[in-house]
Design a protein around this ligand. Structure first.
Ligand SMILES: Nc1nc2c(c(=O)[nH]1)N[C@H]1C(S)=C(S)[C@@H](COP(=O)(O)O)O[C@H]1N2
Ligand SMILES: [Mo]
Length: 313
């Protein structure tokens, strides 16, 4: 995120034509099957599926067409595989998402090492269609598969003293060659306040478009917090720790004047080097307005009542 300014990103090259088609036009052209066919034609995958669990409450968000699988899996931020958006798709083949263990640590009654296969069994995935707003002022609409993080948290019985949850990405330069470069302080770390982590919108995602996550999207398990900037959505998680004090997240550590802990989407507070008022949907040319809390204000604004707004973005 420090490397380029938003207007330097070239999205037109990687964008399939179908993204320009509105979802309603898909429906008019023959319903769900037409939408599925359009996506299938682009990437060879069969995706004839109407979202079953559209928790994204804002009407504007629900009506937005989903960003094609092809774009979601080739335009990525995952610095462990390179800083260019095209690099994770090319380089992430060295990541081995099986076998995979998630360590649960800290202030909880049931810490331990948990196998991803068990996690998938305990928490069946459902679809959640969310807009994903990167701090670089681009966005996508992604049909995630996952489960509420709070279901995961409840199972391990955190102590009331645990006020925050800290997440850590795998550290292994053999699997993640970008970790040989000192662009960030590895491993990537993120954190949430306990109420944010327990909010029903917050997900552990394990798939997109009804398929397991591809490596470049953070296989086998990653965080999704739809009202926050994308960098909070830490990928390829190996550790969850319940703690008393606010974790120091990687981007805040790297550039404290540019990135905060809360990182709530707010069009009224500019990034020091660019405006956050508008966003470019990957695949579109004209920018659209960014919504406070990325359109989820009704569900989340109350959590931040009384806090200094300057600490929130
Ligand atoms: N471990 C790790 N997680 C990460 C990142 C990263 O570089 N490393 N990039 C973040 C940023 S800036 C964004 S916008 C999202 C991108 O997720 P996507 O590629 O699945 O769209 O992942 C976030 N999670
Ligand atoms: Mo981002």
């Amino acid at each position: 995120m420090l490397i380029k300014r938003p207007d330097e990103f070239k999205v037109s090259e990687i964008t399939p034509e179908a993204v320009f088609l509105n979802r309603r036009e898909f429906m008019a052209a023959g319903g769900v099957a037409a939408a599925g066919l359009a996506v299938g034609r682009l990437d060879g995958w069969t995706v004839g599926h109407e979202p079953s669990n559209r928790l994204s409450a804002q009407p504007s968000q629900q009506d937005d067409p989903q960003t094609p699988f092809q774009a979601v899996t080739t335009y990525n931020n995952f610095y462990e595989f390179g800083t260019d958006k095209s690099e994770p798709a090319k380089n992430a083949g060295t990541l081995k998402p099986r076998p995979w263990t998630v360590k649960v640590e800290g202030m909880a009654a049931k810490p331990g090492d948990y196998n991803i296969e068990d996690i998938l069994k305990w928490f069946p995935a459902k679809e959640y269609v969310y807009r994903h707003r990167c701090v670089e002022a681009w966005s996508m609409v992604i049909p995630w598969y996952g489960f509420p993080l709070r279901d995961f948290i409840n199972r391990f019985e955190p102590s009331p003293k645990a006020k925050f949850v800290e997440f850590t990405t795998l550290m292994d330069p053999k699997q993640m060659p970008g970790q040989r470069d000192l662009v960030l302080d590895w491993p990537y770390v993120e954190g949430l306040r306990m109420d944010e982590a327990m909010n029903p919108l917050t997900l552990f995602a394990v798939g997109i478009y009804q398929k397991p996550l591809l490596n470049q999207n953070g296989a086998p398990i990653r965080l999704v917090i739809p009202w926050k900037y994308g960098f909070k959505g830490i990928k390829s998680i190996v550790k969850v720790r319940f703690v008393e004090t606010q974790p120091l997240n990687t981007w805040q550590l790297a550039a404290p004047s540019e990135y905060s802990f809360y990182a709530n989407v707010n069009p009224a507070v500019d990034h020091p080097r660019w405006s956050q008022a508008r966003e470019r949907r990957v695949g579109e040319f004209l920018k659209r307005p960014t919504l406070p809390f990325n359109g989820f204000g009704e569900q989340v604004a109350a959590m931040y009542k009384g806090m200094d707004p300057r600490t929130l973005y």
